[in-house]
Design a protein around this ligand. Structure first.
Ligand SMILES: NC(=O)c1ccc[n+]([C@@H]2O[C@H](COP(=O)([O-])OP(=O)(O)OC[C@H]3O[C@@H](n4cnc5c(N)ncnc54)[C@H](OP(=O)(O)O)[C@@H]3O)[C@@H](O)[C@H]2O)c1
Length: 249
């Protein structure tokens, strides 16, 4: 059986880089996103080792059916990464559109729970596997305008703590949050287009972009590998920061 990486957000940015790194490392990849063409281009790299799953992470049934096909093909997941994310509405906390906020929370928290529902039972049966949720520092630190994003990532971190605690009966399972830090992706490009009324620090983010401060997604994939090499006790239920690992290297 080929070790299987199941990953959301595999169409672009950080998720795509982790998926490509997984392929380079010999893993099979169950690649989940809504953009079919982008997933197809990933599959072209290694058609024998990529299962394309076109799904919205909020659609639990489609996600589960796709993952089940991948598990049938490659065996239980070795590594699961919840990388799908959205900034959601950017605005002051009292101005957030309720429906847009609900969508953002759903992608981040419900989407990750849907991914866990599709993968953790097979990992429990196999007695092993690692579940990583891509979080953000805004879960604990305020960036004015990012209340929706911060609330979603804080909810995600809480979900992961529960997942870790409640899978502790299977010592081969590890679950943790992973914070990439500033990374040059479409999400950051979207952020730079927001007005200063909605996002007071926008000029600073534009300057950082001009100076090339943000990491490339491939470096985040490298940092995740460093994280995965850490002992279970250091990872399980914790929040691991890519920048710390890269500094320590
Ligand atoms: N970039 C940063 O500086 C940074 C910093 C900290 C944390 N993060 C986190 O890193 C993760 C990846 O972000 P990124 O920067 O790589 O952003 P990105 O380039 O915008 O990629 C977002 C990914 O999420 C997928 N996605 C969004 N909504 C989805 C949905 N409803 N169903 C399925 N897939 C969905 C997108 O795929 P489709 O549109 O094809 O569905 C895409 O693959 C996110 O969780 C983000 O919060 C990023």
């Amino acid at each position: 059986m080929t070790p299987l990486l199941v990953i959301t957000g595999a169409s672009r940015g950080i998720g795509r880089a982790i998926a490509e790194r997984g392929l380079e490392r010999g893993l099979a990849v169950a690649a989940i996103a809504r953009s079919e063409a982008d997933l197809a281009s990933l599959a072209e790299l290694r058609p024998d080792r990529v299962e394309v799953i076109v799904a919205d992470v909020c659609d639990q049934a489609t996600l589960a059916a796709g993952v089940a096909t991948a598990v049938e093909r490659f065996g239980p997941p070795t590594l699961v990464v919840a990388a799908a994310g959205t900034l959601g509405p950017i605005d002051r906390p009292w101005l957030l559109d309720g429906a847009a906020l609900a969508d953002a929370l759903a992608v981040t928290v419900t989407g990750t729970a849907n991914l866990a529902a599709a993968t953790v039972p097979a990992m429990r049966d196999a007695g092993q596997g690692t579940f990583v949720a891509i979080s953000a520092s805004s879960a604990s630190r305020v960036f004015p305008g990012w209340a929706a994003y911060g609330a979603a990532k804080a909810g995600l971190d809480a979900y992961v703590r529960y997942l870790a605690e409640e899978t502790a009966d299977v010592p081969g399972i590890t679950a943790f949050s992973f914070v990439p830090g500033l990374t040059d992706t479409a999400m950051q490009a979207g952020l730079r287009a927001v007005s200063a009324e909605q996002f007071p620090q926008v000029d600073q983010f534009r300057r950082w972009h001009d100076r090339g401060v943000a990491k490339q997604p491939a470096l985040v994939a490298e940092a995740l590998e460093l994280a995965l090499a850490l002992p279970h006790d250091e990872l399980h239920g914790s929040i691991v920061e890519a920048d710390q690992l890269l500094k320590r290297r």
